[in-house]
Design a binder for this molecule. Structure first.
Ligand code: FAD
Length: 528
C-alpha cells in the first residue's frame, strides 16, 4: 500500500489507500481542535464500516500540552471540551478510546497494540507540523492511514487563489469578495447586499460614555470541567490560573454563547469594532474564536445566522457585514496565508527585529495604562479583542523591535484561542509585517494619539499621551517616531504608510534627536 505524500497546502484532500481488509477494527483518530458536531472522519468511516467496527480515538498528549507554557484556561477549555466530546460520542453508541499519553505517537502505538486496528482514518490537521506527522503516520504505524480533507475552513472547500505566485501580494479584500460570491453570502443578484462590499468607515467609533456593553454569557464549570481545572492547576508551567473559568465546553454551550452574541452584541458590533476601553473586556465583540477554533461552532452556520438577522431587519448592514468580514474574510485569509507561507513563515523577519519579549509582558506590571489593561486581561482570561491584540500589544512589539518568532511564541502562550495555524499570519504577518507584506499591505504601527483617539486608557495613565519626549512622555510616542525615523525610506515607499512619514514635518531636528535618544534609553532599559 502506498501513501502519496500530498502537498502541504490547504487542499490536502486525501492520502487515499487501497484498503480491502475485511472486518478488522477501524480507528477514527480525532484531534483535540476538531470537535465537530458531525465529524467527517466518522461519517466517512461509517459509510464503509458497521458502527461496531469503529473505535474513536482521542489522545491527550502530555508532550504537546506542555511544549511551552500555555494559558491555563485554554488548557482547561481544550481538555474539558475533548472529554465532553468523548462523552457525547459514547452516548451516541460509539466505542471511544480516550487516553492520556506522553505523545501522540505513543498514544497511537499503545492504542493499536492494546485494542488492535486495521486502519486509521483522520481529518487533516490545521497545522503544518501536525499534518506532516499525519502524512508519515502510515510508515510509522505500519497501518493504512486515510487522511481526509479538513472541513473546518471554508478556504479548504473553495480556494479563490489556487496557485499563488511566490512573492505576489494578495489583498484580503478581493479574497473576501470572491468568498462571498462563491458561498453566496450577503449577495443580491451578484451584487453586495446594501450596495457596498465594505462598511469599514462606519466601523471606527470610540465608545461613548453612555453606552455600556453587556457582559458576555458565562458558564459555570460542571464536574468534568472541575476535574480538568484541578489537573491543570497542578501543571508546573502555565499562564494565569484556572480560577473563574467561564468558557463554553460543548456544542450546546457554544450555541448559547453564539445566541448571546447575536441577541446582545451583534447590533453594535460594527460601529464599535475598533473601540478600546477599560470599561469592558469584550466591548461588542463575539468572543467566539475559541469555539470556532475547536470545532464547537462552524463558521458557515455562524455566518448564515448573522445574515438571517440582517435579512429579517434585526441587524444593520454595518454590523452584519463587519462581522462576516472577520469570519469569511480575515479568518479564512489567515488560514490561506498560513498554508501559503509555511514552513518558512516562522523565520520571517523583514524588519530585522532582534529584541526579546519584555519581562513585564508575563506579569502585566507596567505603568502604561493601555498595556497594563490589555496584559492583565489576557493573563486572567486568555482574551483580548482584536484591536487590543493588534494596536496595543503587537504595535508595542513592532515599535520595540521584538523578534517575530519570540512574539509569536508569546501570543501562543497567552491566548484562549491560540492555535498553530492562526498565530504566524496574525503575529508575523499582520502584526509585525515580518513576511514582507504578503499578509498585510501596511505596517500596523501607531503612536499614543491613536490609542487615545480610540479609547479611554490614556486618561488615567502616568504617561502623557500628548508628549513626544521629555518627562512622562508616552513611550508609544518616542518609540513610534524613532521607528519612523529609522525606517523612513522604506515606509515612504509604501503608499499606505507614506502618510506616517509625512507627519515627520512636525518634528524639528531637536525633536528628532530627543525621540531617538529617549527611545534608545527606554529600549536599553527594557532589554537589560
Ligand atoms: P470578533 O471580533 O468577534 O470576530 C469574529 C471572528 O472572526 C473571531 O471569532 C475569529 O474567529 C474571526 N477573526 C477575525 N479576525 C481574525 C483574524 N485576523 N484571524 C483569525 N480569525 C479572525 N485569532 C485567533 O483565533 N486566535 C489567536 O490566537 C489570535 N491571535 C491574534 C494575535 C494578533 C497579534 C492579532 C492581530 C490577531 C489575532 N487573532 C487571533 C485574530 C483576532 O484578533 C481574534 O480572532 C479575535 O480577536 C477573537 O475575538 P472575537 O471572537 O471576539 O472576535
Amino acid at each position: 500500500m502506498i501513501v502519496r505524500k500530498a502537498k502541504s497546502f490547504v487542499f490536502v484532500l486525501s492520502l487515499q489507500i487501497a484498503y480491502n481488509e475485511p472486518m478488522s477494527k477501524v480507528t477514527v483518530w480525532i484531534l483535540g481542535d476538531q470537535l465537530l458536531q458531525s465529524h467527517p472522519a466518522i461519517e466517512v468511516a461509517l459509510e464503509r464500516n458497521a458502527a461496531d467496527q469503529l473505535q474513536i480515538l482521542l489522545i491527550e498528549s502530555k508532550g504537546r500540552l506542555q511544549r511551552q507554557p500555555y494559558q491555563r484556561k485554554k488548557l482547561v477549555l481544550l481538555l474539558s471540551a475533548m472529554r465532553h466530546y468523548a462523552e457525547r460520542l459514547r452516548l451516541d453508541g460509539l466505542a471511544v478510546d480516550y487516553r492520556a499519553s506522553s505523545s501522540f505517537a505513543a498514544g497511537l502505538i499503545d492504542h493499536v497494540k492494546e485494542l488492535g486496528s486495521g486502519k486509521i482514518v483522520t481529518m487533516a490537521c490545521s497545522s503544518y507540523e501536525g499534518r506532516e506527522f499525519q502524512m508519515n503516520l502510515q510508515e510509522h504505524l505500519g497501518l493504512p492511514v486515510e487522511l481526509i480533507a479538513n472541513t473546518q475552513f471554508l478556504a479548504g472547500r473553495y480556494n479563490p487563489i489556487p496557485s499563488p505566485e511566490p512573492d505576489k501580494r494578495y489583498v484580503m479584500e478581493y479574497f473576501y469578495r470572491d468568498m462571498r460570491g462563491h458561498f453566496d453570502v450577503l449577495m443580491d443578484d451578484g451584487e453586495p447586499a446594501g450596495g457596498e462590499w465594505n462598511y469599514d468607515e462606519a466601523n471606527r467609533k470610540r465608545l461613548p460614555k453612555e453606552i455600556e456593553p453587556p457582559e458576555p454569557i458565562r458558564f459555570g464549570p460542571d464536574e468534568i470541567t472541575q476535574a480538568v481545572m484541578e489537573e491543570v492547576s497542578g501543571y508546573e508551567t502555565g499562564v494565569g490560573s484556572v480560577d473563574d473559568f467561564e468558557y463554553a465546553v460543548n456544542h450546546e454551550e457554544a450555541e448559547k454563547a453564539l445566541e448571546d452574541f447575536l441577541n446582545n452584541r451583534l447590533g453594535q458590533f460594527g460601529p464599535y469594532e475598533d473601540a478600546l476601553t477599560k470599561r469592558s473586556h469584550a466591548v461588542f465583540h463575539s468572543m467566539l474564536s475559541p469555539y470556532l477554533n475547536l470545532g464547537l461552532l462552524e463558521s458557515l452556520s455562524v455566518i448564515n445566522k448573522v445574515e438571517d438577522l440582517y435579512r429579517s431587519g434585526a441587524a444593520r448592514i454595518e454590523s452584519a457585514e463587519g462581522f462576516i468580514r472577520q469570519v469569511l474574510g480575515w479568518r479564512e485569509f489567515m488560514y490561506w496565508q498560513y498554508w501559503r507561507q509555511m514552513p518558512g513563515m516562522l523565520d520571517q523577519n523583514a524588519w530585522e527585529a532582534d529584541a526579546s519579549v519584555p519581562e513585564f509582558f508575563w506579569d502585566g506590571e507596567t505603568d502604561l495604562a493601555c498595556l497594563a489593561h490589555a496584559l492583565n486581561r489576557v493573563i486572567h482570561t486568555g482574551y483580548n479583542h482584536h484591536i487590543e491584540r493588534l494596536m496595543v500589544i503587537s504595535n508595542f512589539f513592532m515599535l520595540a523591535g521584538v523578534k517575530p518568532r519570540a512574539a509569536n511564541a508569546w501570543f501562543l502562550s497567552m491566548y484562549i484561542d491560540a492555535y498553530d495555524w492562526v498565530m504566524p499570519p496574525n503575529v508575523i504577518g499582520m502584526g509585525l509585517n515580518a513576511d514582507g507584506g504578503l499578509t498585510a499591505t501596511k505596517t500596523y504601527i501607531a503612536s499614543a494619539n491613536y490609542i487615545n483617539k480610540m479609547g479611554d486608557f490614556c486618561s488615567d495613565c502616568t504617561f502623557d499621551h500628548k508628549k513626544r519626549h521629555g518627562k512622562n512622555a508616552c513611550p508609544y510616542n518616542f518609540l513610534y517616531w524613532n521607528f519612523i525615523l529609522k525606517h523612513e525610506e522604506r515606509l515612504r515607499a509604501n503608499p499606505r504608510t507614506a502618510r506616517n512619514v509625512l507627519s515627520l514635518r512636525y518634528l524639528d531636528e531637536h525633536d528628532r534627536e530627543l525621540v531617538q535618544m529617549e527611545a534608545q534609553d527606554f529600549l536599553r532599559d527594557l532589554n537589560s
